[in-house]
Design a binder for this molecule. Structure first.
Ligand code: C2E
Ligand code: CA
Ligand code: CA
Ligand code: CA
Length: 281
């Protein structure tokens, strides 16, 4: 309050946040028109032998003045403005195009995983969109995975769930992302059209200090086995985190310990030289 019991609806900080928002919104429009985005690729590896299971495609925006702007900042703006529809079309097409090139070069065992936002799912039927995109670039359905956040699943309509199930029947894999942050009950997992659970980094960060998080990780791991779902632990930065998830029987990990997200060129070089097949842990 301002000391007289009146709430201020405007603060200088709010003003600068709003300015930043509108600035980035305009810049996003321009960036879309001039194709100023790239994709980075981060490997997800099997705990057992550190072989690559898949790559997650992560969008990058290099702004001419601001430099790199984090997707954590611009994706929400793109979602609120529906610009994510156009950006998301580019992301899916580019990720599938790159994977198709890798596939044809002999990388037959890995997949590409693409983040899809709630706005994209709500806006139009996803099945035709995804199938048309992979057809266009000649990528087999089984080489594609989609990551959909737990909070998005919670609010998903029956139609969205059916569309996702149709994709699964066509061979596309579906992952539930940021699992553990959306408060869905563990029992609803059995009902969802999913193949993979990605446990949010939050649980990994807490697990070595807090036995409760350790127990949650353990029960997600057990549930994954019970329901025949592959479990991935996100945000593994330290060897002791790797050892912990290994002990808990979690199958796959993603994190800076294994590799940061990389350009497609670096990924190609590392895969060819066998450099991504082992890690320090
Ligand atoms: P996410 O889907 O949970 O992606 C994982 C994020 O964790 C990525 O951040 C990745 O770089 C980061 N990460 C991976 N390993 C580690 C680690 O060991 N430590 C730490 N501290 N971070 C790690 P990024 O690329 O900045 O993306 C942030 C979020 O922005 C993503 O979270 C996702 O929600 C969104 N996003 C990124 N790319 C896309 C995209 O192409 N489409 C959509 N719809 N959203 C995207
Ligand atoms: Ca993700
Ligand atoms: Ca995630
Ligand atoms: Ca996340």
């Amino acid at each position: 309050t301002d000391g007289r019991g009146i709430f201020r609806v405007y603060s200088p900080e709010m003003g600068s946040n709003m300015r930043r928002y509108h600035y980035l919104l305009e810049e996003l429009r321009l960036a879309l028109a001039s194709q100023n985005f790239t994709l980075s690729f981060q490997p997800i590896v099997h705990v057992e032998d550190c072989s690559i299971d898949y790559f997650e495609a992560l969008v990058r925006w290099s702004h001419p003045i601001e430099g790199n702007i984090s997707p954590a900042e611009f994706i929400p703006i793109a979602e609120e403005s529906n610009l994510i529809l156009e950006l998301g079309d580019w992301i899916l097409h580019e990720a599938c195009r790159q994977m198709s090139a890798w596939y044809n070069a002999g990388m037959r065992k890995v997949r590409i995983s693409v983040n899809v936002s709630a706005v994209q799912l709500k806006h139009r039927p996803i099945f035709n969109w995804v199938m048309a995109t992979i057809d266009k670039v000649g990528l087999p359905a089984h080489a594609l995975m989609l990551e959909i956040t737990e909070s998005c699943f919670i609010e998903a309509s029956d139609v969205v769930i059916q569309e996702l199930e149709k994709l699964r029947q066509a061979g596309v894999l579906i992952a539930i992302d940021d699992f553990g942050t959306g408060f869905s009950s563990l029992s609803t997992l059995a009902e969802l059209p999913i193949d993979i659970i990605k446990i949010d980094k939050l649980f990994i960060d807490q697990a070595n200090d807090n036995p409760k998080y350790n127990k949650i990780l353990n029960s997600i791991s057990e549930l994954g086995k019970e329901l025949d779902l592959k479990v991935v632990a996100e945000g593994i930065e330290h060897a002791n985190q790797f050892e912990l998830v290994k002990k808990l029987g979690i199958q796959c990990v993603q994190g800076y310990l294994v590799s940061r997200p990389e350009t497609s060129r670096n990924v190609g070089n590392k895969v060819l030289s066998g450099n991504l097949n082992h890690i320090a842990a």
